[in-house]
Structures are given as C-alpha cells and as structure tokens.
Write a protein that binds this ligand. Structure first.
Ligand SMILES: [Zn+2]
Length: 417
C-alpha cells in the first residue's frame, strides 16, 4: 500500500534512558527533558510513519519571531526538522497546518493565522508541505453564556457553515497567490471544508481550479465511513492524478478503499493514543489482535491515594502493593511465577483502585495478555528492548512506548495490505 501515513505531533517524546527496574527518569532527563528525550523516529531503525503533521495551534505559544525580525524560531530552533530532531538522512517529511480545531469557537481565524503570517512561517521554518488557512465546519461548538458564564452548546446554522466554507476558500486563494508571488519552496496543500456531498464537491473543485495539486479534506472526523467514501467518489473526477490527504482519519478497515478512491495520505493519532485509553484495546499485536495493558498505577497518584484512603489502606500499604505488582510482572516474564499468582497480586492492587466501569472483566483481559505474551513475538525495537514493560499501563514512559509500538505495528500491517 502506497498510502502515506502522517503522525500528528503533540510533543510526544520519551526518556530513552528511563530506568524500568527502579522506575526512574534518567539524570539527563531531569536536567533537560527536551534535549534528552527522543521521538519515535529516533528510536526505530525505520520511522513508523512517513511524515509528521505539525499543527500551529498546538505550538502557537512556542513560536516567536527571531531577533532579526525575519526568521521564526520554535524553542530556539529556526528549522522545524531540527526542532523535531529529524536526522538529515531520514526522508521523513513535515506537513504544517493551522490546527483549526484550536480556534473553532472564533468567528474568524485569529490574527496569528493570517494567510501572510502562516505561509511565511511555513517557508521560514522549512516545512515540506503547508496547508492553507481554514475554518472548521462543525455542527455545533461550545461557547460561554454571557450571563451565566456557563459552557453551552451552540448549533451552527447553515448560513454560518457556508460562511466558514467561504473563508476557507478565500484564504486558500490568497495562500496560493502569495506562494506564487514569493516563490515559496514548500508544497501548498489546499483544504476543502464542507458539510454535505455538494459543499465538499464544490470546495474541492474550487481548489483544483485555482491550481492546487494537493488537496486536503478537513472536518471528516465527525462522519461515517460511508459518507467519507461517498465524498471521495463525488470528488474523484476532479482529483485524478493529484494528491489527496484525509485529515484525522484512520478507519483501518477502509484504507484500501480510500486509496482506490484516490487518497494518497492521511493522518491519525488513534493507534498511538489507544495505548492509554480506557477501551481495553491498548496493545496492537503484529497479527492485528488488540490486547489490554495491565494497569499498575503509581501509588502517589492523587486519585489512587484518595481511593485507597476510602478503602482504609495506608500510603505505605499501597506502595508495597504497587511494588509487589511490578515485581510479580517482571518475575512472570522470567518464568519465576505462574500466571494465577501474578494475576492475584496485580488484581489485589488493581481492584482496590479502579472501581468504576474501567475495572470490569479486567481479570479475563489481563489473563489473555499474560498468556499470549504478544511482546515476545513482536520484532519492534521497543518490545525487544523493554519486554513486558510495554504492556504495563503506567506513566508516560511505558504508555508512550506502547503507543510507539502500536504505530510501528500499524505500519507493518499497512505494508502487507
Ligand atoms: Zn513491539
């Protein structure tokens, strides 16, 4: 499958020298987390994605004009690839977009997101692709009630939706004009917004007529796969031979259909984030099966302390149970303890702490994870390096590593499609 996969970046780095036995950050991390910590593309021999999607709204506070008044900097770096620690020899590309979800409540994209500023910023920071400035079309937004100060749902009228589509198209036109006049070197991507087949079609057609060769389709997250497929069918005649990106969409069972209908790239963080969502699908095995990660929360977590207190356990008792759970899992990996014993120890701590819906049927799920030992058959650098720790649901160093493993596995599965 040629379909290119972009990972949206939310500063997902981890400590490469984290001490799993003592459960401690490295000294280097403590001194300077940004300098020390690494991205997924620094861990695996082959990066688990083709590119990174970098949303300006996520990083707005970190971007500033350099002292010379011409260049931009982001955390003292003047090039996005240096900031993301992408080694020169890697063919990893970076796509910039505004991250319009960051200002969905506003009437217009805020002053930071003028077409001039955004296009200039993409160029100066050395992005490979730059996405035009859009305004999201959604069914409703949350706003503060002026009188009560409470958050309330506001339905967007058709008129408002059309106004947002118009802003998006107008900005795309200006974006391409500036790109041409200034001879920018990044590849411009025009975003299409819409709310039904007709509006998506006319947005895409307008962008193609302007001269865009890369079209991004936004706002599709809220729709069913059937609707997405219909939109793709509808726009197919216009985008033949061009590149098409789907924003924020994974739908792993339909990637082949998307590709057949002309999609060339997409981005999604869902495989990464599933690692620590409470769905029970936390670890993706190379055969495509999902496993539940085994929760061993930190005893110092305020929620954990509160629950334990309610159940009449002291902090010391709690810490002891936590240590025992961790060490039982490590022993299990070494074959020094059998599955029923490790489950008993883990669940004793677990049951005490997680009394909500999260706690249901965990025993069965944990047993399956421990019995199958999926990390033993995974060839990724993370599983080979940390073993059973990859399936322990605890702290960002284990959880993010499991997330990175998931995207690596996803890319392997995608290769076979
Ligand atoms: Zn792995």
């Amino acid at each position: 499958m040629k379909l290119k996969y972009f990972l949206p970046d939310w500063e997902d780095r981890l400590d490469p020298n984290f001490d799993f036995v003592n459960d401690e950050y490295s000294e280097e991390h403590k001194k300077n987390p940004y300098e020390n910590d690494v991205y997924a593309h620094q861990i695996f021999k082959e990066p688990p994605y083709d590119g990174i999607l970098f949303s300006l709204s996520v990083f707005q506070s970190k971007i500033s004009l350099n002292g010379d008044g011409v260049h931009y900097k982001i955390r003292n770096q003047t090039n996005i690839k240096n900031y993301l620690k992408i080694p020169e020899e890697l063919s990893l590309v970076v796509m910039g977009d505004c991250g319009a979800f960051g200002y969905v409540k506003e009437k217009e994209p805020p002053p930071f997101y003028t077409v001039e500023n955004v296009s200039n910023l993409y160029e100066k920071l050395g992005f490979d692709y730059g996405v035009s400035v859009d305004h999201l079309v959604v069914d409703y937004i949350f706003v503060r009630d002026k009188k009560t100060g409470k958050r309330k749902k506001k339905i967007l009228s058709k008129r408002e939706k059309n106004r947002r589509i118009k802003i998006t198209i107008k900005n795309a036109k200006k974006f391409l004009k500036l790109h041409r006049e200034n001879k920018y070197s990044f590849i411009p991507v025009g975003v299409a917004q819409g709310y039904d087949l007709e509006t998506y079609k006319s947005s895409v057609k307008a962008l193609v007529d302007m001269g865009y060769e890369y079209i991004g389709i936004g706002g599709l997250v809220q729709y069913t796969t059937d609707f997405i497929l219909e939109v793709l069918q509808e726009i197919q005649p216009f985008v033949d031979g061009l590149n098409v990106h789907l924003f924020g969409i994974s739908r792993p069972n339909h990637l082949k259909d998307f590709e057949t209908l002309g999609v060339t790239s997409f981005d999604s963080a869902s495989f990464f984030r599933k690692a620590w969502l409470r769905s029970g699908q936390n670890y993706l095995a190379p055969n495509g099966k999902w496993y539940t990660a085994i929760r061993v929360p930190q005893a110092t977590d305020p929620r954990v302390l509160k629950n334990a207190d309610l159940n009449g356990f002291s902090v010391e008792e709690l810490k002891k149970m936590e240590r025992e759970a961790l060490s039982a899992l490590i022993k299990y990996e070494r074959g020094e303890i059998d599955i029923d014993d490790v489950l008993n120890i883990v669940l004793r701590y677990d049951k005490l702490l997680l009394r909500n819906t999260d706690g249901r049927n965990l025993e069965e799920k944990y047993r399956r994870t421990l019995e199958d030992k999926p990390w033993e058959t995974c060839n990724c650098d993370i599983c080979k390096d940390i073993g059973i720790h990859v399936v322990i649901f605890r702290g960002s160093n284990r959880n993010k590593r499991r997330g990175f493993h998931n995207i690596w596995t996803f890319k392997e599965i995608k290769k076979r499609m």
